[in-house]
Design a protein around this ligand. Structure first.
Ligand SMILES: Cc1cc2nc3c(=O)[nH]c(=O)nc-3n(C[C@H](O)[C@H](O)[C@H](O)COP(=O)(O)O)c2cc1C
Length: 224
């Protein structure tokens, strides 16, 4: 199983990056054949600005650019998408929001070209969202900020595309050791239930079973 861990923080020494590393470590520890890729959007210089070319893609007049296709392909290779981000203004940092804006295109993440029906195209993709807060829990509780974030992000973005949000965790910068420990536990659990599901899956093909035995990760489109 393969986890794509997307990180949006320009500081490689930040708590955000350390949390992402702990998640990757937990994923690897949980299964011999588990793999991870950390997509460091800042280091990769992903451009979050929505462009005229993106408008053309939205309107069905052009195909996504190679940069966007590459992002969609690496999500397509993943069995789980993990987003690790600091809270900026009670939401995603612009870098991560722009990544969603540009990569989760109409036709790939969802299809709303038909006027009467929205097609959710990411039902296969479990999502884990780890948000790191500078403010304390009381501030979040007093203003309802975390509820607002979950409505906007979990429901507004991922449910719109059909992607099930399996983890939604708000961590507090004030207790970094607890953040790192929780991150490691989350990493260990990411594929725990999915492995059971695949092993119990009565519809597995013979190729899938051989793949499992040989340690080659079965692809979801191998299911009959
Ligand atoms: C531009 C900016 C906006 C921020 N807005 C918030 C906010 O709305 N709520 C909050 O709890 N923390 C906010 N913070 C604090 C960050 O969330 C906090 O510094 C970060 O999670 C610490 O982790 P790091 O070491 O990974 O950067 C903000 C920080 C910056 C730089």
């Amino acid at each position: 199983m393969h986890a794509l861990i997307v990180v949006a923080n320009p500081n490689p020494k930040s708590l955000t990056h350390r949390v992402a590393e702990q998640i990757a470590d937990g994923v690897s520890l949980n299964g011999q054949y588990n793999t991870t890729e950390i997509a460091d959007l800042a280091a990769e210089k992903f451009d979050p600005s929505y462009t005229l070319e993106d408008v053309d893609v939205l309107q069905g007049k052009a195909n996504p650019t190679p940069e966007i296709l590459a992002e969609q392909r690496r999500i397509g290779r993943a069995d789980a998408l993990v987003l690790v981000h600091p809270v900026y203004w009670w939401s995603f940092p612009a870098l991560l929001k722009g990544w969603i804006d540009r990569v989760f295109t109409n036709g790939w993440a969802y299809d709303d070209t038909s006027s009467d029906r929205l097609i959710k195209k990411l039902r296969y993709l479990p999502v884990h969202i780890i948000s790191i807060a500078g403010a304390g829990i009381r501030t979040y509780a007093r203003h309802g900020y975390y509820g607002a974030m979950k409505t906007q992000i979990n429901h507004g973005i991922f449910d719109y595309c059909g992607a099930p949000v399996k983890t939604s965790e708000l961590m507090f910068q004030s207790d970094p050791e607890s953040c790192l420990k929780t991150a490691h536990n989350i990493g260990q659990k990411i594929f725990a239930t999915q492995v059971e599901r695949i092993v119990d899956e009565s519809r597995l093909t013979k190729t899938d079973r051989l793949s499992c035995e040989s340690g080659v990760r079965p692809r979801r489109f191998d299911y009959v």
